[in-house]
Ligand binder design. Structure first.
Ligand code: FAD
Length: 427
């Protein structure tokens, strides 16, 4: 992770000031850039119920809205007390009160971690620091009005908006109404899948089908095997169906280690097989064959949400929010983003958790800089990052550049890094 280059503007202390300003024309039309919220575009702020010509209490503040409480927003959430001390307001919106750290998700499936150990209590983290948490989903962004609409129909206004909405697994191959299918995102699904496997394994061997051949598929396979053996369970028969080769974007040595380990534990790997459709307990391939399962995991790659394109914002090739090197949208400089949901124009980034983690200090700096009209910092995605795979049963693989290690030591290192991350941001 990058060193934290965040600059505190300690010399500036913004607090709510009682200033008497008649709302005359010299204020109107002046671009305050979010400083005096509610003034540029009419009465946007719920606190700004003032009438023309009346003395007003005008707080020197900006309204920061965090859409999603994913990995890229953890630092800004930690900074809420500082933002409030400067006179700003922070509201976070998320459909869940906890945010799950994906890297440890497969370990939760395999029984290594409890769900509380791998998730951030985001509601509590926001509210304890003085922010407002709204449990809901953002369904559209009205950039011209500086507002977002929630699933509940409520509209919220902002001066600065930051989007960290993650990505989803496309479900188009799932036949409507199919049961027993678990997309690997959101990570919470892995908890339900674990319960399912343990309950079924108590009675019989569980047939587990995994669609996809990337890191998530490999980790799910190893950890499903572990879950099936828990509490005297009868175990699992695991089949992986992948369009290309297993782990085809990772180095050859990682591929070999993973394949050897999984095959040794009885996992069947069907490479070069396209899954055409998923029904209740059935995976159908394009070649006409079908495989019966008790539980099916969908790990076929992620896609950003369609909300940005639907809201007429500029998007990249994959439909993600287009941002420049400052992690902000060029057309609407008060809209920022991080994580899987952005298209970083200087160079497209892989949808891996490493980038939102690295974006934390820059996003925090730039959001505050935008609120206070200070210079922005560019985001440098950095070089090679460590890939860590948890194959269950205490076996891991780690890789960075030319170095690859497989075995218990590799799992130990990955586990240490992940726990450290949780400690750092959960505080
Ligand atoms: C099983 C698995 C294992 C993985 N392991 C690793 C790993 O070891 N290392 C690695 O680098 N990457 C890993 N990844 C990839 C990693 O999950 C993603 O790159 C990472 O989660 C992206 O972080 P994010 O904050 O952008 O999105 P997310 O983690 O998806 O967070 C987005 C947040 O936004 C919220 N949200 C979504 N929609 C809305 C909405 N409409 N309104 C409000 N809030 C919303 C969600 O509830 C969520 O809390 C793994 C992925 C999977 C599936």
């Amino acid at each position: 992770m990058h060193a934290n280059p965040y600059l505190f503007f300690n010399n500036l202390k913004f607090s709510k000031l009682q200033i008497q300003i008649p709302l005359t024309s010299h204020l109107k039309g002046h671009h305050y850039d979010g400083f005096f919220h509610g003034q540029e575009a009419g009465n946007r702020s719920p606190t700004s119920g003032r009438s023309h010509g009346q003395p007003v209490e005008m707080p020197l503040m900006g309204k920061l809205l965090l859409a999603g409480t994913g990995h890229a927003h953890l630092s800004i959430i930690q900074s809420i007390p500082d933002l409030i001390a400067r006179g700003h307001e922070v509201t976070a919106i998320s459909p869940g009160e906890r945010h799950f750290y994906s890297s440890m998700g497969p370990g939760m499936l395999g029984g290594i971690y409890k769900s509380e150990e791998i998730s951030f209590p985001v509601r509590e983290m926001v509210e304890r620091r003085g922010g407002t948490f709204i449990r809901n989903k953002v369904v559209s962004i009205e950039a011209e009005n500086r507002s977002v609409t929630l699933e509940s129909g409520e509209k919220l206004f902002y001066d600065v908006l930051s989007c960290n909405l993650g990505s989803t697994i496309p479900r188009n191959i799932i036949t409507k109404g199919s049961a027993g299918v678990f997309p690997v995102k959101p990570i919470e699904n892995l908890f339900s899948a674990r319960q399912f496997i343990i309950a079924r394994a108590a009675r019989q061997k569980v047939n587990v089908g995994i669609c996809g051949g990337g890191p998530a598929a490999v980790e799910i396979a190893g950890n499903a095997l572990a879950a099936g053996m828990e509490r005297g369970g009868r175990g699992c028969r695991v089949q992986i169906f992948t369009q290309g080769h297993l782990l085809q974007t990772l180095p050859e040595k990682v591929r070999r280690l993973a394949e050897t380990r999984l095959k040794k534990r009885g996992v069947e790997i069907f490479q070069g097989n396209i899954v055409q459709s998923i029904d209740t307990r059935l995976i159908r391939l394009k070649n006409g064959k079908a495989y019966a399962q008790d539980i099916i995991f969908l790990a076929t790659g992620v896609h950003p949400p369609t909300i940005f394109a639907d809201s007429n914002l500029d998007v990249g090739k994959d439909g993600a929010l287009l941002v420049n090197r400052y992690l902000r949208t060029p057309r609407y400089p008060e809209i920022f983003g991080g994580g899987d949901c952005i298209w970083f124009t200087p160079r497209p980034l892989k949808k891996v958790g490493v980038y939102p983690v690295r974006q934390n200090p820059i996003l925090r700096h730039n959001l505050l800089a935008k609120l206070e009209r200070k210079p922005m910092q560019p985001f440098d995605p950095g070089g090679a990052y460590l890939v860590g795979l948890n194959l269950g049963g205490g076996y891991g693989i780690i890789n960075k550049s030319f170095l690859t290690i497989g075995g218990r030591t590799a799992f130990f290192i990955k586990d240490r890094i992940d726990r450290k991350f949780m400690r750092k941001f959960r505080s």
